[in-house]
Design a protein around this ligand. Structure first.
Ligand SMILES: NC(=O)c1ccc[n+]([C@@H]2O[C@H](COP(=O)([O-])OP(=O)(O)OC[C@H]3O[C@@H](n4cnc5c(N)ncnc54)[C@H](OP(=O)(O)O)[C@@H]3O)[C@@H](O)[C@H]2O)c1
Length: 269
């Protein structure tokens, strides 16, 4: 199958200050794609923009953006319109899990942050990006789902719920966009070693331990799949890719060397 070249296009990547988003930015830049990179940690984005624009001679626009705040999303897209930057590919990657507390023990603030970021933030950015995609009748939206959106585990509750929502939204959007040329894909990874677990547990040691005894996926593995979705010929829409580390047999089973298969691996209290 002939690949579709995205060189010269512009991709907006949310959550590009770390992990999968950052790896997507690096890989897309290496393919000659101009970038709009967003996250809350602007210092990291500025350093990345400097590196990628110098190395690959592409235009990189860093924007500080908390996707939970709809006014910030609106302002970012107003700015892009003023700068005449149209988004061809949107990678909805910004997201997080906070704690593995059981529902009955959970902090309500954590629920708000996960729902506002993973679901509402993704919706705000998608709607804003769609305006100009619909006008141009072209574009691609690639959402970061998770295997947590395909099943449940103890302590996963609200995070899992938000990723089920990403899956439902990806499918719904594909249906709503029928009759346009816009594509919608979802990439759903298993365990990827990024800052994800550190953020989840606010505990570097515990996060490090989680990835020991097996080879987890790395951010570059996921970026590779995001690029794969984006570079299929225009009549091909990858609806969903699920990817596990080889050692992960299911959402709740990771085989670690020297240990029997652990159940409920996320719930390591
Ligand atoms: N790691 C895994 O095992 C795994 C598995 C399946 C799915 N995923 C999904 O993959 C995506 C990326 O996660 P990751 O593993 O790369 O984790 P990560 O290294 O912690 O990166 C998360 C990114 O999201 C950004 N972010 C978080 N809250 C935000 C907000 N309110 N507004 C804007 N940006 C925000 C962070 O930037 P700032 O903090 O600078 O804002 C950061 O750049 C997430 O959607 C996650 O659910 C991860």
């Amino acid at each position: 199958m002939k690949k579709y070249s995205i060189s010269g296009q512009t991709a907006l990547i949310t959550g590009a200050s770390s992990g999968i988003g950052r790896a997507c930015a690096e890989l897309f830049a290496s393919q000659g794609v101009h970038l709009v990179i967003t996250a809350r940690r602007i210092d990291r984005l500025e350093a990345l923009a400097e590196k990628l624009s110098t190395t690959y001679k592409i235009k990189v626009t860093p924007i500080q953006l908390d996707v939970q705040k709809k006014e910030e999303v609106a302002a970012a897209f107003e700015f892009l319109k003023k700068e005449k930057i149209a988004i061809d590919i949107l990678v909805n990657n910004a997201g997080l899990a906070l704690s593995t507390d059981k529902l009955q023990d959970a902090k309500l603030e954590n629920w708000d942050v996960m729902i506002d970021t993973n679901v509402k933030g993704l919706l705000y950015v998608t709607k804003a990006a769609l305006d100009s995609m619909i006008e141009r009748n072209s574009g691609h939206i690639i959402n970061l789902g998770s295997i947590a959106g395909q099943g449940c585990y103890a302590g996963g509750n609200v995070y899992s719920m938000t990723k089920h929502a990403v899956k439902a939204l990806s499918t719904s959007l594909r249906l709503d966009l029928q009759g346009t040329k816009i594509r919608v894909s979802e990439v759903a990874p298993g365990a990827v070693e990024t800052e994800f677990s550190e953020v989840r547990w606010d505990d570097k040691e515990k996060a490090k331990k989680f990835y020991q005894g097996f080879a987890p996926l790395v951010a570059e593995d996921i970026a590779d799949l995001v690029l794969y979705c984006a570079t299929r010929p225009l009549h091909v829409n990858i609806s969903e890719i699920t990817v596990y580390p080889q050692a992960q047999g299911s959402l709740t089973d990771i085989y670690r060397e020297g240990q029997s298969t652990l159940k409920n691996v996320h719930n390591q209290k």
